[in-house]
Design a protein around this ligand. Structure first.
Ligand code: ADP
Ligand code: MG
Length: 241
């Protein structure tokens, strides 16, 4: 369970996130929807403890990310924007390293790595060097890294960005397969993602929440019933002129 409480972030004079609050119960896949520069990544970095908020906080399974970062982070899996990893390592070797960082050793580490490889559908490339993989596989390696400790909360920053249609499909399947057990947030600027995987969506622009509801509720906000029209009305400065 994840509770985000009035998160704000200021970079110098610029307020990138202006007070964002929401709760994600178990079983929910929350789409974090917004144009480039809306504040999606900044909010996710604050929730995962990578960036200290100017004010506000996030409570992860009862642990405040600012006050109890170690306990909170044990319950978080994070797939950062552009899916970084150690590209010179082989897939299995990298995941073994991550398992060690998460405090697993010996037989348990091996089991964790095997389970993550299975869930992220990486078996065919487990021995390959990450650098030699396609973008879709590299994304899945980062996905495997995010779930190795079976976290209750999974935060994914644009997990399908730059993937082709088939690769997107696989990543969305992986998200759906574990949705029942977890609280999941995925950020995206791709509207089709909402219908494909999300049970709820938050539209964010200029560091603020502009709408929050089920995909059907969001669609009902415009007579056209089209998500792209609703999205444009909520997020485009030109549309308001
Ligand atoms: P999104 O992920 O929705 O595209 P970001 O959260 O990355 O948006 O960025 C939100 C705004 O904050 C942007 O205007 C961006 O330029 C700014 N920003 C993000 N990180 C920094 C930083 N470290 N220093 C200054 N400005 C930043
Ligand atoms: Mg971003």
């Amino acid at each position: 369970m994840l509770e985000v409480k009035n998160l704000k972030k200021r970079f110098g004079d610029f307020e990138a996130v202006k007070g964002i609050s929401f709760t994600v119960p178990k079983g929910e896949v929350l789409g974090f929807l917004g144009p480039n520069g809306a504040g999606k990544s900044t909010t996710m970095r604050m929730i995962t403890g990578f960036l200290p908020p100017t004010s506000g906080t996030a409570i992860v399974c009862g642990h405040d990310i600012s006050l109890e970062p170690v306990e909170a982070k044990k319950n978080i899996g994070y797939l950062p924007e552009s899916a970084p990893s150690y590209r010179a390592m082989a897939v299995g070797e990298y995941l073994g390293f991550i398992a060690g960082m998460r405090g697993f050793y010996g037989a348990e580490a091996k089991e964790r790595v095997e389970a993550a490889i299975e869930k992220a559908k990486l078996s065919p490339v487990a021995r390959k060097t990450i650098d030699t993989l396609s973008k879709g596989y590299r994304q899945r390696v980062c996905f495997a890294q995010a779930i190795i400790h079976d976290p209750a909360v999974l935060i994914m920053d644009e997990p399908t960005d730059g993937l082709d249609t088939n690769q997107k499909y696989v990543v969305r399947q992986m998200i759906k397969e574990m949705a029942a057990e977890k609280s999941i947030i995925i950020s995206t600027h791709i509207l089709e993602e909402v219908d494909a995987v999300c049970t709820r969506a938050i539209v964010i622009a200029d560091g603020e929440i502009k709408a929050d509801g089920t995909p059907d509720k969001l669609r009902a906000m415009d007579p056209s019933g089209k998500l792209d029209v609703v999205f444009r009305n909520l997020t485009s400065k030109e549309a308001k002129l």
